[in-house]
Design a binder for this molecule. Structure first.
Ligand SMILES: Nc1ncnc2c1ncn2[C@@H]1O[C@H](COP(=O)(O)OP(=O)(O)OP(=O)(O)O)[C@@H](O)[C@H]1O
Ligand SMILES: [Zn+2]
Length: 645
């Protein structure tokens, strides 16, 4: 957002140098040199010499001659023969004319430019050198070492947790940080160790910056903001000096929060830059590490950093004592989006037909920034149409504008697509819960992420596993196939959405048969030699160490494993079909269900479940919402009183 801010400053400085150089050069030249010189022909010079009007003659090695007459006026002409014709010059000297030979520089312009550029470059070099060696940076009085960090005073422009919605878990995780900043001493007395660094991980626009500001606001401490891309500077060493300065500023204002946005811009794995080392970035990163190790946590400084690429970060950043606390900020679910919309509709005039539930449901995949954008667009549309209130129609049009807008990276699904995704994901999740050897289900969501994933079921193994038993692998395969199975059961039609599932399941089954020796019919034989282990190698060489007959057998075994697993998935889902349908309705409304919740839902009998799902998010909340909606309106503008809107 505010990157590259300092590059222009350096260029400006350079420009000033050069301009001053030119001015001085031109000025001096015109003052001393050419001021009163009149150009004359050689013959005129000879005439003047013969008339004895000339008192002195200056002959340049370039062949130019400058003469001064009795009145003190200068004349210049090109007279190369004065260089060679020593006799003539000697004669002139004898007449009492002062003769001077000089070296010329003045007449070749590039040489003149060089003569003033050289000192400029020297100066620049000197500056660079100073930056590298200037220790504390802040006190050196040089302005552009000073970190461009923006300081937010907590009193002005304060954000609190009330300004951030849809990130309940993240807020909960950060309450400790707030408590710590409010009173660092208590924490120290209790011997509790606070993290020095908190890494906020989330996609762009999910509110990482806002959340960090809210932490500062809640704790009532100053907030120092800088973006990783600000550090990327022209001169080596500036970034590192800025880091030191930033930390010094924060320490002087402690307790405080330092927020480094886009930390991946400087925090990428070292030595991974294309074309070898990236000195400046590495130095900056190093100085961040040094500063984080250096300060005493008891003074109350928390370094927060935001990224959407935690995978590329240098491992050193994530070590204990650095960014060892990680807070993930997901895209908001329907409820979260409704709350975010509420925040941004605050203080705006909206018509009673605006239904936040409907808007929230129509915007899966939207992040906070998108929703803010939506509200702004709607307000603009209302203004353009000359309306007094933002209507539902404005909002709907605004959604479209945001969707086609240049910044959005995800697509919004149609109602029907959403339904398919819901059943598909629930298929995975229900099997994941029902099968004893499958990995526990952490959550199911139909919130799209990027173009590629429409929804996903997150399974987390309960422990790190190095060995997998046959029944575990079989259950895994069944879970993978259950998405497709659910689609088939419900819609009697299958979609392309299961492509990746099928690939993974088939690959797993192939390895069972060919590498793990887990097929009863074929027995404990590894049919794939080591060099062929990888898929790529198999594709490339296609040479087998078994006969065609064996190949057929292997293929049929693989097919059998897949088919059996698929039938198993189908039978489990068929047994739970009613529940599947009810829970799918629930998932469509809620968009994300945790594994724990899903387990409990599955335990309910069908009637209870039906009641539960139907009562979710209907009438009561809608009514509540209407009341809240009206609250946004100043009383005199309340549309209830103003008929005809
Ligand atoms: N959870 C939220 N609640 C309320 N408003 C939000 C939320 N998330 C984002 N916004 C709005 O979107 C704006 C942009 O969010 P913010 O800059 O904090 O996102 P970010 O995750 O830091 O994005 P980036 O990675 O692009 O810096 C915020 O100023 C706020 O108005
Ligand atoms: Zn799937």
């Amino acid at each position: 957002m505010q990157n590259k801010r300092n590059q222009p400053r350096v260029f400006l400085l350079l420009l000033i140098y050069i301009t001053i150089g030119i001015l001085i050069y031109v000025g001096v030249n015109s003052l001393i040199g050419t001021q009163n010189v009149s150009k004359i022909e050689y013959s005129e010079l000879v005439q003047m010499l013969e008339d004895k009007r000339i008192v002195s003659l200056e002959i340049e090695d370039s062949g130019y001659a400058r003469a001064r007459d009795q009145a003190g006026l200068y004349y210049e002409t090109y007279a190369p023969n004065l260089l060679s014709d020593q006799q003539y010059v000697y004669g002139l000297a004898n007449q009492g004319i002062e003769i001077k030979y000089t070296r010329s520089l003045g007449n070749s312009w590039w040489i003149s430019i060089l003569t003033f550029l050289l000192p400029v470059f020297l100066l620049i070099f000197l500056f660079t050198f100073l930056f590298r060696s200037s220790g504390g940076g802040a006190n050196q009085g040089m302005n552009f070492i000073k970190s461009p960090a923006k300081k937010y005073d907590p009193k002005k422009n304060r954000a609190t947790f009330n300004d951030v919605a849809g990130v309940k878990e993240a807020k909960e995780e950060l309450t400790d940080v707030v408590k710590f900043l409010k009173d660092p001493k208590i924490f120290n007395r209790l011997g509790a160790r606070m993290p020095k660094g908190v890494l906020l991980v989330g996609e762009p626009g999910t509110g990482k910056t806002l959340l960090a500001r809210a932490v500062a606001g809640e704790a009532n401490v100053p907030f120092f903001y800088i973006s990783g891309s600000d550090f990327v500077e022209l001169f080596v060493g500036v970034g590192a000096a800025r880091v030191r300065d930033l930390f010094n500023q924060a320490k002087a204002n402690a307790p405080a929060i330092i927020f480094i946005d886009e930390i991946d811009a400087v925090g990428r794995q070292r030595g991974s830059g294309l074309g070898g080392g990236h000195d400046e970035r590495e130095q900056t990163l190093n100085s961040i590490l040094v500063e984080m190790d250096g300060f005493d946590p008891s003074i109350g400084i928390i370094v927060m950093a935001a990224t959407n690429r935690p995978d590329v970060l240098d491992k050193a950043l994530l070590r204990p004592g650095r960014f060892d606390k990680k807070v993930v900020i997901d895209r908001p679910d329907a409820q979260g989006r409704k709350e975010i919309l509420k925040i941004h509709f605050r203080g705006k005039k909206i018509a009673p037909d605006v239904d936040l539930d409907v808007l929230a449901r129509a915007t899966p995949g939207f992040v906070g920034a998108d929703l803010e954008n939506l509200v702004n667009e709607a307000a603009l549309l209302a203004a353009r149409n000359g309306e007094k209130f933002i209507t539902m129609k404005d909002c709907e049009e605004a959604i479209e504008r945001v969707i086609v807008g240049p910044e959005r990276k995800t697509r919004v699904l149609s109602e029907q697509e959403k339904e398919v995704v819901a059943y598909h994901e629930l298929g995975h999740a229900i099997l994941g819960i029902s099968l004893p050897n499958a990995d526990p289900v952490h959550k199911v969501t139909i919130i799209p992420r990027g173009y590629a994933t429409l929804g996903y079921t997150l399974q987390l193994p309960s422990e790190d596993r190095y060995l997998m038993s046959k029944s575990e692998i079989l259950d895994d395969i069944t879970v993978m196939l259950a998405g497709r199975a659910a689609e088939e059961i419900i819609f009697d039609e299958i979609t392309s959405g299961a492509e990746n599932d099928l690939k993974r399941a088939t690959e797993m089954a192939r390895r069972m048969v060919e590498s793990f020796g887990m097929s009863e019919k074929i027995g404990p034989v590894a049919w794939v030699s080591e060099s062929e282990e990888t898929f790529l190698a198999r594709e490339l060489f296609r040479e087998k160490n078994y006969s065609d007959e064996t190949a057929k057998e292997l293929d049929s075994e693989i097919k059998q494993i897949i088919n059996k697993s698929y039938e198993k998935a189908k039978s489990v889902l068929l047994k739970n079909k009613e529940k599947l349908e009810l829970i799918a309705q629930y998932l469509l409304k809620k968009e994300t269900i945790t594994g724990k919740e899903l387990k409990e839902l599955l335990k309910k009998d069908v009637d209870d479940l039906e009641e539960y799902v139907e009562s979710f998010g209907v009438s009561s909340t809608l009514e509540e919402e209407r009341v809240v909606n009206y609250e946004y309106l100043p009383r005199e503008n309340n549309p209830i009183e103003r008929k005809g809107i």
